[in-house]
Design a protein around this ligand. Structure first.
Ligand SMILES: *Cc1c(COP(=O)(O)O)cnc(C)c1O
Length: 374
């Protein structure tokens, strides 16, 4: 034992003490015959993206990709209706969120967000030495602007359409946040394509403190390639890019993403339209069974059920994966009735949804307590 450098136990000897409390992100990811658990595109990726990926594979991968994915920035700028200097890309939008937090909030600060929240956000807060303050959503899935900004957070995170509830935050609400706080406001629009048009990008001319984060993992079907981006004022985007570092988008991912945003775009629009139709069919099927689903603007449906863990693991035995949530904090009446327990079910092709409903019916029939609240 060295007297000058006394040993702490195990990994704690060389790991930041605050990292002891952080658990590895590991939802149940075993393969299932029908996997409706992660909101990826169940129809695949645009054929144009797949072709571009093949071509890029043939060209190599020996040299580094471009430093900051300029070609992809140009394609994204065109898609989002902004200039390339307003875009920063990353290895998935998770990387962009993490980089934005690191760039904009000093350790010791706070991130505030409505809850239920995308589970990565409290995790990224802790990884960057920040605290996380969740403000429970009320009936109608809304929170007060005042409640969110009351403790002077460095960052306010709002996901719209929200994962996991599928509900939308109105632009007036985002405007209110910008007016009533001095925080960086991050709007996560991972599911914006399914929401029917409203985007916080429209507010960018009004504020330099707004960062709109998006992904190519959902509507564009490129989750495995890891491409995310954010749109914001040039100085803000530059700071996030510094924090992100070079070479984060691989040459393969960039080639496929550019193709998806150009030649692949009609395919994307078609499949988004199909999801929207199937979503309303699935919603009516669930409601007919007595479930109090929330109105969804995303490619999944949030379905409060009692004992979600139990229902989901029974469904898994039947070959269907959905995402269970338990102990969610909120004042949403349907969620209060199930004590914060719900399933998040991705919208896939009709046959997958039918298999899911059959498994749900079986699991609910087998459950010890009724899954539906009377
Ligand atoms: C899926 C998802 C993301 C996307 O993550 P990637 O890292 O881009 O795959 C970001 N935010 C939310 C809310 C999501 O649901």
């Amino acid at each position: 034992m060295n007297a000058r450098f006394p040993e702490r136990a195990g990994a704690a000897a060389y790991v930041r003490p605050s990292y002891d409390e952080i658990r590895l992100y590991a939802p149940n990811r075993q393969p299932a015959a029908v996997d409706l658990s992660d909101n990826t595109n169940r129809w695949g990726m645009p054929p144009a993206a797949r072709a571009a990926l093949h071509e890029a594979l043939n060209r190599g991968g020996v040299r580094y990709p471009s430093l900051y994915a300029d070609e992809l920035k140009r394609a994204l700028a065109c898609y989002a209706g902004v200039e390339p200097r307003n875009i920063v890309t990353g290895c998935g939008s998770d990387d962009v969120l993490d980089s934005a937090i690191r760039a904009c909030a000093e350790p010791g600060g706070m991130i505030a967000a409505p809850v239920p929240v995308f589970p990565m956000v409290p995790l990224f807060a802790r990884m960057n030495g920040l605290s996380f303050a969740g403000v429970p959503m009320s009936d109608g899935c809304v929170v007060d602007v005042e409640a969110l900004v009351a403790r002077d957070p460095a960052i306010v995170y709002v996901c719209s359409p929200n994962n996991p509830t599928g509900t939308v935050a109105r632009l007036e609400f985002i405007r209110g946040l910008l007016a009533e706080s001095r925080a960086l406001v991050i709007v996560d629009e991972a599911y914006v394509e399914f929401g029917g048009g409203e985007s916080a990008v429209a507010l960018l001319p009004e504020s330099r403190r707004l960062l709109v984060v998006r992904t190519m993992s959902k509507a564009f079907g490129l989750a495995g390639l890891r491409v995310g981006y954010a749109v914001g004022a040039e100085e803000l985007v530059q700071a996030v890019e510094k924090s992100r570092g070079p070479y984060k988008v691989s040459a393969f991912a960039e080639a496929a993403a550019v193709a998806a945003l150009t030649d692949g775009l009609p395919w994307v629009h078609e499949h988004v339209a199909e999801v929207v139709l199937l979503r309303s069919w699935l919603d009516s099927e669930l409601q007919a069974r007595g479930y109090s689903t929330l109105p969804s603007a995303a490619n999944f449906i949030f379905c409060p059920v009692r004992d979600a863990d139990c229902i989901a693991s029974r469904m898994r035995e039947l070959g269907v994966a959905v995402r269970p949530f338990t102990k969610l904090e909120s004042r949403i009446p349907a969620l209060v009735a199930t004590r914060g327990s719900a399933l998040r079910i991705s919208v896939g092709p009709r046959a997958e949804l039918e298999a899911m409903l059959a498994a749900l019916d079986r699991a609910a029939a087998d459950a010890e307590v009724p899954a539906v609240c009377e």
